[in-house]
Design a protein around this ligand. Structure first.
Ligand code: NAD
Ligand code: GLY
Length: 362
């Protein structure tokens, strides 16, 4: 059984297919969505070993010619050096304007390969095949692509929507528990900003979650539906709506940068960032203390970090200044009025920010 969710964006609309055992249908689904024949399958060193050949075989069986490019696993690959290596791979694969980039992997591969697709020959089609929970519920949908710079996360990028997303839930069976937990942070985010029913369902799930690390497909589908709705209404983060998806990310991105990309996973940094944002919200936007406590308790039950001991405030503050969401060097935060309702573009007084950030270090 698979779920199909549409992302309605006019001529750039696309379908997200969600279900267990979809990888063998990748070729067929791609052929239904796109006319090109040459594919560059971009993946990382872990995912290539487990799923690379399955994906390539499915594409070949549907008539595509497939070249494979493999980047080292991990956040450090979301960089200019790997991007330029992929441009060479695209050239060698003979990828012309009808060519297709297929991103098989987590958010790192999706963001990097998506940016390759956005910029190669001024833009070619791409297909997202997310294999992490985080990529299934967040990064594979919505068309944000890009790379990190030493000076900041995602500082170079483009909006470039995929033509198709194929999320095979069976691939989550090989994903390490730490990565599942990191993905759960983005799942909790959707509940906190947009859907109290989802939040309650997660509180229930959290009581047994660490025994099985299994996440019901309806929850993944619900997250994709929320993201599809937000993106359809503010594709390029112009009205402020899409910015709600950045809840927990202002401090989260700063933590990732200050600790060197990859040591604290993106989802883990977002968990800490959401706790900080909730505390700021109790001081600035009227979030009841009890709701901030519920959020922290849920993340703790999911075995996510909620503190960042040892992080130096000056480094964090400097990283926030360079954050994409800053304006004139002043960081902007997404805060909560209550669970399920977020406010964007919030400026936080320096003393309040410092007090909350210090609290996280305890
Ligand atoms: P990731 O891509 O680094 O994958 C995590 C690890 O899991 C890697 O080691 C990978 O090799 C391994 N892996 C992937 N699938 C596997 C599987 N099925 N079985 C076994 N191992 C597997 O990390 P991620 O958490 O998926 O993505 C994080 C990135 O996503 C960050 O760079 C973040 O900025 C980005 N992101 C982008 C958006 C967006 O809208 N574009 C949204 C959220 C996050
Ligand atoms: N993950 C944030 C966004 O897609 O806008």
């Amino acid at each position: 059984m698979s779920n199909v969710i549409n992302v309605p964006l006019g001529t750039r609309s696309y379908a997200i297919h969600i279900g267990a055992g979809l990888l063998p249908q990748l070729g067929l689904l791609t052929a239904q969505a796109l006319r090109g024949r040459a594919c560059l399958l971009v993946t990382d060193s872990h995912v290539s070993q487990i799923y690379g050949e399955f994906a390539a075989a499915s594409l070949r069986a549907a008539g595509f010619s497939v070249s494979r490019a493999v980047v080292p696993a991990g956040e450090a690959s979301k960089c200019g050096e790997q991007l330029f290596a992929l441009y060479n791979a695209a050239k060698q694969a003979g990828l012309d304007r009808t060519g297709i980039v297929v991103a098989l992997g987590g958010g790192v591969v999706g963001d990097l390969a998506g940016f390759l697709a956005a910029t190669w020959l001024r833009g070619v089609a791409f297909v997202q095949v997310p294999t992490t929970l985080l990529a299934m519920v967040d990064s594979s949908v919505g068309g944000k692509t890009g790379i990190d710079l030493p000076s900041g996360k995602n500082l170079v990028g483009a909006f470039h929507q995929p033509s198709l997303v194929v999320a095979d839930l069976a691939t989550l069976e090989t994903l390490p528990p730490r990565e599942i937990r990191a993905g759960m942070a983005e799942v909790v985010k959707y509940g906190a900003i947009r859907d109290t029913q989802l939040f309650q369902a997660l509180e229930k799930l959290a009581t047994t979650f660490s025994k099985a690390w299994k996440i019901p497909s309806e929850i993944i589908a619900r997250c994709c539906a929320i993201k599809a709705d937000v993106v359809a209404n503010d594709e390029r983060e112009e009205t402020g709506l899409r910015a709600i998806l950045n809840f927990g990310h202002t401090l989260g991105h700063a933590i990732e940068k200050a600790t060197g990309y990859g040591r604290i996973l993106h989802g883990e940094a977002v968990a800490i960032g959401m706790v900080a944002a909730a505390r700021l919200s109790t001081k600035l936007t009227g979030l009841p203390d009890a709701d901030a406590t519920r959020l922290e308790a849920l993340l703790t039950k999911l075995e996510l970090p909620v503190r960042a001991p040892g992080l130096a405030w000056p480094e964090l503050r400097a990283a926030m200044k360079l954050d994409k969401k800053s304006q004139g060097g002043i960081p902007r935060f997404v805060l909560l009025k209550k669970l399920g309702e977020a406010v964007t573009g919030c400026v936080v007084p320096e003393d309040v920010l410092q007090e909350v950030a210090h609290g996280l270090g305890e």
